[in-house]
Design a protein. Structure first.
Length: 222
């Protein structure tokens, strides 16, 4: 009888030890809320996983930046006697950047920062559709410039120009505009988190750097 009771006691003790061992790791697991590195990250399973404040800021700013590139292209395309090659480039820029605007707006909506949110006026007061105020690079972007954005005065100059003058001015402005976009994308690659937004930044750097070279060649030939 004593032997049988001892065996039962040993069995109960073994089960108790096993249950304690199985439960240990779960009890000791670190609470993600205690991790400072995770506090700036949010998860969006429907849109490529995690994203952070840098992604939201970058996408918000790039929407405004792309919108101005589309507007500049529209102005050039409405200009009489513009250089055909420059007009074709403006068409390409508009065709490439408008879908990216829509894509980025959908990301912000998914992240809870819709297209009617803070990014609409993020580029400063007194701007053109949220763009920068007066200034100049030989009249372009002076003290108010930010990430290659044109001022209202710059856009007015482009709108009033004609023929080759309009073509040259468009190229001068768009080269600077593209350089700003490349700089924004490079900064985002260092701080962003969302895979799709990071891929967009890589594409912006690749595509717009190539267009900068193309525009510089066009400008030299005009």
């Amino acid at each position: 009888m004593k032997t049988r009771l001892s065996a039962v006691a040993v069995s109960v003790f073994a089960v108790s030890v096993a249950l304690t061992a199985c439960g240990g790791p779960a009890q000791d697991a670190e609470d993600p809320a205690d991790d400072p590195a995770a506090q700036n990250e949010q998860t969006d399973p429907a849109n490529g996983g995690e994203y952070n404040d840098s992604d939201v800021e970058y996408v918000s700013g790039m929407i405004v930046h792309h919108q101005q590139a589309v507007e500049m292209s529209d102005i050039l395309l409405q200009t009489d006697d513009a250089d055909p090659e420059v007009s074709a480039l403006a068409e390409d820029i508009r065709a490439a950047q408008q879908p990216e605007i829509e894509q980025m707006e959908s990301w912000l909506e998914t992240w809870g920062n819709g297209p009617d949110g803070d990014h609409d006026g993020m580029m400063g007061d007194g701007g053109h559709d949220g763009m920068m105020g007066d200034g100049g690079h030989d009249g372009m972007m002076g003290d108010g410039g930010h990430d290659g954005m044109m001022s209202e005065e710059d856009l007015a100059d482009l709108e009033s120009a004609e023929g080759d003058e309009a073509s040259r001015l468009f190229l001068d402005q768009m080269i600077i505009h593209h350089e700003g976009a490349v700089s924004m994308a490079e900064d985002h690659l260092e701080t962003g988190e969302n895979p799709e937004a990071l891929e967009l930044s890589e594409n912006v750097i690749s595509d717009q750097s190539a267009e900068i070279e193309e525009m510089e060649e066009m400008r030299d030939s005009l």
